[in-house]
Design a protein around this ligand. Structure first.
Ligand SMILES: [Zn+2]
Length: 91
């Protein structure tokens, strides 16, 4: 079940690869960071500011070192408001 997780200023939705596949309408789910293909049941995170899906491992690395840029707030909000309802997450 997709849910928003606490990531500071970042809007992040934890969801399985399958949940995102259904929304995006693709048969394969590939982590946008490491490029590995994942099973529909594998968990990862949709990161609104990047508009990308990362596997759990990559997400953990990313959140450790990411820098927040205030100018990204608008695009992040737009992506989040588009995907959150599709994933069944409240905005
Ligand atoms: Zn990855």
């Amino acid at each position: 079940m997709a849910k928003q997780i606490d990531a500071g200023k970042f809007l992040v939705i934890e969801c399985t690869a399958g949940e995102l596949m259904n929304v995006v309408g693709t048969d394969i789910c590939i982590c946008d960071r490491c490029g590995r293909a994942y099973l529909p049941s594998d968990k990862g995170c949709y990161i609104a500011v990047l508009n990308q899906w990362y596997c759990q491992e990559c997400y953990n690395e990313w959140i450790e070192q990411v820098v927040w840029y205030p100018e990204d707030a608008d695009v992040q909000r737009k992506n989040f408001e588009f995907y959150a309802p599709l994933l069944g997450v409240k905005c």
